[in-house]
Design a protein around this ligand. Structure first.
Ligand SMILES: *Cc1c(COP(=O)(O)O)cnc(C)c1O
Length: 394
C-alpha cells in the first residue's frame, strides 16, 4: 500500500462555501463588525432550529460552560460532576467557579456517562453530604446521553444539568432536537472549526428559562445591564449603564455570527452526510478486530467523530496502530485521554484506577477521519491500512 501521492487526511475539518464567504463579506461592508444585528439573528436561528426558547451566543463553548455554571449559582463549596472522557473544558468550568470537580465513569459501549455509575455515585454522595450542584453530561461524538434518566436523577437529588453538546448540534434524542433543554437547564454548543458547524471560534447556550438567559446575556458582557427598567439606581441620564455582576468579555462578533448563520442553513445536510460516512465505516470495519462506539437506541447522532475501540487492548498495540496510521498521513486522534489523569487533575488528587472504564477507553480508542467531503476511496484506504496494521481478521 503506497501513500506517496496522498496528502494528509485530518480527523476532521470545516467546510466553507462561497455562500459562507459572501455572508461574512457582507458584514465587513456593513456598519457593525460586532454587536450588530447578525448576533441576535444567529441566536434566534439556532434556538428555533433546536426548539429552545432562548439562545445566548458566546465566543467559545468554554466561555459558554463557564457562564452556564455561574448562572446556575455554582461556587466555592459546590460540586460539579462530568465525564472523564471529554475535552478538559467540560470539567474546567467547575474549577473556574471555585467548585470541586468530580467524574462519573463511562459506559464502554457508547463512551457516554454511565447512568448506573451516576446513580451509584449519587447514592454515596447523599450519604456523605457531597451531592453535586451541577452535572455536565457530554454528548460524546454527537450521541445524546440518556437525558430522561439523568433528569429523573436531577429531580430526585436536586442538581442542575448542563448538556455539553459541543459535538451534537443537529442530533436528536427521542425524536427531538438536542438543545431543546427538555431534560436540562442549559445546553452548550461549540462552533470551533472541527465541530459540526463553525463560526471560527464560538459557542451558544440554549435554555427555556428567561432568568438564566438574562443572567448569561449579562455575564458574557461584563455583567452590564443597559435597560433602564432593570437598573438598581435611578439613571442620571441616557448614557448610563449599570454593572450588576462580575462578567467577562465573552461576546461573539457579527462576522462570526454571519458565518454560523450561513453554515446553519446546511446543518441537516451536513449531519446526513456525517451519518452516511459512519454507516460506510460500519460496513468497511465489519470484519476487523475493532468496535465502533455504539449510538444509543432512540438517538440520532450528529456524528462529530467516528471512534473505534481496539479489541486487543495492549497499550503497545494502541500506540503501534496509532503510529502506523499517522505515518501514512492519516490524522487519527484520541478523543479523549481521561481528564482526571491530566497532570493538573492528578495534582488535585485523582489517580489511576479512579475511573477504570474511562481509562480502558483511553488505552484503546482511536478517532478515524470523518468530515463532509471525505471520499469513499479515502475511507477504504484508511480501513485497508488499519486491517494491515491489525494484521489479522476476526
Ligand atoms: C470543543 C469542545 C469544548 C470546547 O469548545 P470551544 O468552543 O473550543 O471552547 C467543550 N467540550 C467539548 C466536549 C468539546 O468537544
Amino acid at each position: 500500500m503506497s501513500n506517496h501521492s496522498r496528502s494528509f487526511i485530518p480527523y476532521g475539518r470545516q467546510t466553507v462555501t462561497e455562500a459562507d464567504i459572501h455572508a461574512v463579506v457582507e458584514v465587513l461592508r456593513s456598519s457593525y463588525l460586532t454587536q450588530g444585528p447578525v448576533i441576535p439573528a444567529f441566536e434566534e436561528a439556532v434556538s428555533s432550529k433546536v426548539s429552545a426558547k432562548y439562545g445566548v451566543a458566546v465566543n467559545s463553548a468554554t466561555s459558554g460552560l463557564h457562564i452556564a455554571c455561574l448562572a446556575l449559582g455554582l461556587g466555592a463549596g459546590d460540586y460539579l460532576w462530568t465525564s472523564p472522557i471529554t475535552f478538559v473544558a467540560s470539567a474546567n468550568c467547575g474549577l473556574y467557579c471555585g467548585a470541586t470537580v468530580d467524574f462519573v465513569d463511562i459506559d464502554p459501549t457508547t463512551g457516554l456517562m454511565s447512568i448506573d455509575a451516576l446513580s451509584a455515585k449519587l447514592e454515596q454522595a447523599e450519604i456523605s453530604g457531597t451531592l453535586p450542584k451541577v452535572v455536565v453530561p457530554v454528548h460524546l461524538t454527537g450521541s445524546s446521553c440518556d437525558m430522561a434518566a439523568i433528569s429523573l436523577l436531577a429531580e430526585r437529588y436536586g442538581f442542575a444539568v448542563i448538556e455539553d453538546a459541543s459535538h451534537a448540534i443537529g442530533g436528536q434524542y427521542h425524536g427531538e432536537p438536542v438543545g431543546n433543554c427538555r431534560y436540562s437547564d442549559i445546553t452548550v454548543f461549540s462552533f470551533h472549526p472541527v465541530k459540526i458547524i463553525t463560526t471560527g471560534e464560538g459557542g451558544l447556550n440554549t435554555t427555556n428559562n428567561p432568568v438564566l438567559a438574562q443572567c448569561m446575556t449579562e455575564l458574557r458582557s461584563h455583567g452590564i445591564v443597559r435597560e433602564a427598567e432593570q437598573f438598581k439606581y435611578p439613571p442620571a441620564g441616557p448614557w448610563v449603564y449599570e454593572q450588576q455582576q462580575l462578567g467577562f468579555n465573552y461576546r461573539i462578533t457579527d462576522l462570526q455570527a454571519a458565518l454560523g448563520l450561513s453554515q446553519l442553513q446546511r446543518l441537516d445536510e451536513i449531519v446526513a452526510e456525517r451519518n452516511s460516512h459512519l454507516h460506510h465505516y460500519q460496513v468497511l470495519l465489519a470484519d476487523l478486530r475493532v468496535h465502533l462506539l455504539e449510538v444509543p437506541k432512540d438517538v440520532r447522532s450528529s456524528v462529530h467523530l467516528a471512534v473505534i475501540r481496539l479489541v486487543d487492548s495492549r497499550p503497545e498495540h494502541h500506540r503501534c496502530i496509532f503510529e502506523g496510521l499517522r505515518n501514512a498521513g492519516i490524522g487519527v486522534q484520541l478523543h479523549y485521554s481521561p481528564v482526571h489523569l491530566q497532570p493538573y487533575y492528578r495534582n488535585l488528587g485523582f489517580k489511576p484506577n479512579d475511573f477504570p472504564e474511562a481509562e480502558a477507553y483511553g488505552r484503546n480508542a482511536i478517532s478515524l477521519p470523518l468530515y463532509p467531503g471525505l471520499k469513499n476511496h479515502e475511507k477504504e484506504f484508511i480501513v485497508n491500512l488499519l486491517a494491515d496494521l491489525l494484521d489479522r481478521r476476526r
